[in-house]
Design a protein around this ligand. Structure first.
Ligand code: NOJ
Ligand code: CA
Length: 689
């Protein structure tokens, strides 16, 4: 049922939030407020100004308050603040409903159905500046952004502070990583009470004590600073913009829009994952046909460096030699992998590359890496090389080489590059106002601008980008479908050398937090026991396989040493068989930080896959196969934890078996401590009646 509600009333905004006692509402001076609801009436927003003309919004879900009145506005560095003395008016809400297709992704067709409410804020006196706040109300979440119209009183906008708040009404639990720390997004998740959060990065996900799930993030961050969340008091969070190079976190010229501030709101944790709010709030594809990028699985000259068996730098242990590249290309061709990542191929790794990066050339190979020969050999074998551009955080130096670097890749027919911004505490180098290099946060406006230059230049040369130590994902892959993946969290590499490594709950945290933002190049598939981290790889083998389904990434790595795959062909078969491009995704079950069961349908066949992972707790979960086609029989190829499997002990204890199933079946999934289960369902005929 489509219900439309839109009211401009002269009651106080406070009165719109049912949490408020009627007496409190009366105590406020009468001030206009506006309200609108999502298409099925699940979520409603109330927007207005309080007695001082301060803009505020609040959110209810099915009549229950979720976000209490929360401020809107800005502090400018060179003008009076945009914070009070506003009048509010609004246009009648509009409805939108269409379905769009992703060129690749976790879901082929995405419905974009929302109510839009445009609220106009005008200063009552002084400069009479104007600011619009546009709300998009979905049944599973809300996005809102500020739009600065062209106007005489506000041309260059220098934002010192964004005053946006998110006051979570109910107490509950929060999953979060700290912001403004030297290791960027690569921190272990904290699980605390909501009122125990400090300054957090987004997505920040909470579960209230009544079981409601809310995740706060942002969409379409272009030419703006990244938003972090500082808890102010109780459950009230305030935007904390990442500083830039001046006292303004953001410098823009009107007209412009801010990124969308997003709230995904759901009963089930899994509904957060199924929500397409972030993608829907991004603009449509501006690149057109990107079929030159093909989702694929890849191997690489990589894990051996992280184990220190080989080196990125030149010398006797150099990993990226012509010979090693050819060995990897042969392996990829033999086992059906689309790509080979080769790190350490280019000049610049000798000496201190961490946080310096001045020596890197993105075109010149080391002498023991015959790039022309490797390119020709890969082409002949039908394998693509994945380029690697580690910058050492020196975006300034990389910027100057973008064109020749991508032109070279295009000449070789290489369509994807892994970039990297490993830096020391100082941050990344960007061009300062005088053109000279300055240090800036990875999540600052100058770095956002850098990443856009990279992705736009790469697109010109038909190259897709997978950024490590990136700017966080805000769904820009919809607009720029060559922005294929990124890191932006602790990846598998921490199991190689992390102190501590990734604990067994890590992936069950990631799926409900960082991964709500978009794909991650997590690099699963580690069977080997050898690590430098005291904690090792804290999963069973079955869980390593399940990660290929649970973690969405259009370029999924098989990250282990080739000999570990050669020695274990049976479990390796799942990595070879699992698709990377999906028509549909369903989260069957899950709790944040505990476990998840995900089913996905291949985009190029009628095969379905299921992945289930748990934290350190063993579990028995049941999975109803109702997602399968009811008219068919399937061969379920099951890779499950064996009786002795345990992340602390027999990681390798895996049972591989097959059985026939239909959509009417329910499977019991037994997961070991730190375990998982991966299943591939292959249609084998019509179901018997
Ligand atoms: C950090 C990246 O996450 C990792 O994958 C890469 O191997 C190193 N940097 C070197 O670029
Ligand atoms: Ca990293």
């Amino acid at each position: 049922m489509l219900t439309r509600r839109f009211l401009i009333t002269t009651t106080a905004l406070m009165a719109a939030a049912p949490a408020m006692a009627p007496g409190m509402a009366r105590a406020q001076a009468a001030a206009p407020s506006v309200t609108a609801s999502s298409p099925d009436g699940v979520l409603s927003v109330q927007v207005g100004v309080n007695g001082e003309g301060r803009p505020e919004y609040s959110v209810t879900r099915l009549g229950r308050p979720v976000i209490a009145p929360s401020r809107l506005g800005f502090i400018l560095t060179d003008g009076p603040k945009l914070e009070r003395n506003f009048t509010v008016s609004a246009e009648a809400p509009t409805q939108h409903d269409d379905t769009w297709e992703q060129p690749w992704g976790e879901q082929r067709f995405i419905r974009n159905r929302y109510t839009q409410l445009r609220v106009r804020l005008t200063e009552r006196n002084g400069l009479q500046r104007r600011l619009d706040v546009v709300f998009r109300l979905y049944d599973d979440g809300i996005g809102f952004r500020y739009e600065f119209p062209e106007q005489p009183g506000l041309t260059t906008v220098r934002i010192g502070d964004e005053l946006t708040e998110f006051a979570v009404v109910e107490p509950g639990t929060a999953w979060w990583i700290p912001a403004f720390e030297w290791n960027r997004e690569e921190y272990l998740y904290n699980r605390t009470r909501i009122d125990g959060v400090g300054v957090a990065q987004t997505p920040l996900t909470v579960r209230t004590d009544n079981g409601l799930h809310v995740s706060l993030h942002e969409a379409a961050c272009v030419d703006y600073a990244g938003m972090n969340l500082r808890r102010v008091e109780g459950g009230r969070f305030k935007a904390a913009l990442t500083p830039g190079l001046t006292n303004a976190a953001v410098e823009r010229t009107a007209p412009f829009s801010t990124p969308w501030r997003t709230l995904q709101i759901a009963d089930r944790a899994g509904d957060l994952v199924e929500s397409h709010l972030i993608l829907n709030l991004n603009e449509a594809n501006v690149l057109g046909d990107v079929s030159w990028f093909k989702p694929m699985k890849y191997i690489g000259i990589w894990w051996e460096m992280h184990l220190e068996l080989k080196s990125w730098n030149s010398g006797p242990k150099h990993g990226a030699t012509t010979e090693n590249a050819i060995k990897h290309i042969d392996f990829a061709a033999k086992h059906g992998f689309g790509g080979v990542l080769i790190e350490g191929w280019n000049v610049g790794w000798d000496g201190d590359w961490f946080g310096t990066g001045w020596d890197y050339s993105f075109t010149q190979a080391y002498p023991d890496f015959d790039i022309e020969r490797v390119a020709a050999y890969a082409r002949q074998k039908g394998v693509e090389i994945i380029g690697h551009h580690e910058t050492g955080g020196n975006a300034y130096h990389y910027d100057k080489q973008l064109d020749p670097a991508f032109a070279q890749m295009q000449r070789f027919g290489w369509h994807s590059v892994k970039t990297g911004y490993v830096a020391d505490a100082g941050g990344a180098r960007v061009a300062g106002p005088d053109g000279q290099p300055r240090l800036a946060w990875h999540e600052s406006q100058p770095m956002v601008q850098h990443h856009m230059r990279v992705v736009e230049t790469a697109a010109k040369y038909q190259v897709a980008v997978n950024a490590h130590e990136p700017f966080k994902d805000t769904g820009l892959r919809r607009t720029y479908p060559n922005m294929i993946s990124r890191e932006g969290a602790r990846g598998m590499e921490f199991s190689a050398w992390g102190q501590p490594g990734n604990p067994p709950e890590h992936e069950a945290n990631l799926v409900f937090t960082r991964l709500l933002a978009g794909p991650m190049d997590y690099t699963p598939g580690i069977f080997g026991m050898q690590t430098r981290s005291p904690d090792g790889v804290a999963t069973t083998w079955a869980k390593q396989l399940a990660l290929y389904v649970v973690i969405y990434n259009p370029i999924q790595m098989a990250a282990d040493l080739l000999e570990n795959y050669e020695a274990n062909p049976a479990p390796f078969q799942f990595i070879k068989d699992v698709p990377v491009d999906w028509a549909e995704t369903r989260v069957l079950d899950g709790e944040i930080g505990d476990y998840i069961v995900t089913a996905r349908k291949d985009r190029n066949s009628d095969i379905w896959c299921l992945g289930a992972v748990t934290d350190e707790e063993p579990r028995v979960l049941s999975a109803h196969l109702g997602f399968l086609d009811a008219g068919r029989r399937y061969r379920a190829e099951i890779y499950r934890d064996g009786p002795e499997a345990d992340w602390r002990g027999k990681r390798e204890d895996i049972v591989i078996e097959q059985r026939e199933v239909t959509a009417a079946d329910t499977l019991s999934l037994r997961l070991a401590p730190g375990g998982g289960q991966a299943i591939r369902f292959v249609p084998i005929g019509r179901a018997r009646r």
